[in-house]
Design a protein around this ligand. Sequence first.
Ligand code: SF4
Ligand code: SF4
Length: 163
Amino acid sequence: MARGEVMRAIWNLIGVLKPLWVSARNLLRRPVTVMYPRDSRHIPERIRGLKIGLMSDESGNPRCTACMACARICPARVIEVEGERVGGRMRPKRFTVNLGSCIFCGLCAQACPADAIAMIRNPGWAAMSREELVLSLEELLEIGSKEGPSWQIGSRIRGDVGG
Ligand code: SF4
Ligand code: SF4
């Protein structure tokens, strides 16, 4: 057998053995998938999603002062705020976030001077229609009070407080 043919045969053999070796190695590995929802992966503290919430103060009133900083900075233009004056203080009358077009950049939370809007550490959420992705003031406040903010809240992102 000529030298060239021997080399070609060796390369062909390597070509057959290499994928077999990869398959054999993976047979002994632990699976990289998890049996969701029975098991779930560790969710990083600084995750920006999959929801946004509005926070309330100790008395249960929205912290939001309808300053519109979040709506102005939102690159996707998915926040709409309408304010009203109640008892000498501005508060939101209408507040919607369209999560269907949100890019989860966290800029709204970063810009909020009152820590009123925050990213939520909850990746397990789905909606059945586009309309359900438009969250109202009431829904946002409920998410904020039930699920709480992730690490992604304005004063922390800006470094005003430690953590
Ligand atoms: S996370 Fe970004 S895109 Fe989504 S609402 Fe906030 S600023 Fe807009
Ligand atoms: S959530 Fe914050 S930034 Fe947005 S309108 Fe309310 S106070 Fe202003």
